[in-house]
Write a protein that binds this ligand. Sequence first.
Ligand SMILES: [Zn+2]
Length: 116
Amino acid sequence: MVIEYNGTVLRNEVAIRKEKVYRSQNRAVFMFRIDSEHVVDATQSGGIARYINHSCAPNCVAEVVTFERGYKIIISCIRRVEKGEELCFDYQFDTVEGQPKIACHCRAPECRKWIN
Ligand SMILES: [Zn+2]
């Protein structure tokens, strides 16, 4: 385990409203989808894990663990990480029809070119 992705757990409808507000304020949005009904919002009260970038060839994985009182998102290494190497995980964004594609800049040889 490397770090926990901290934030506030929101219902999906609330997360959608908050994302619109953040975007209207031209803020960077840091949200992590747990499942179809819940999102962790790290935009205002998240930890440093929110800054971990996406890669198509990641050295970490994000796992959602269910506890008695809710969820935890745990970032864990899936291979040896060299000193100074950037941590990254695959965001596994869904492709949503009508939404613009997000270009990937991970520079991995196996890059899929798009994050979603
Ligand atoms: Zn990529």
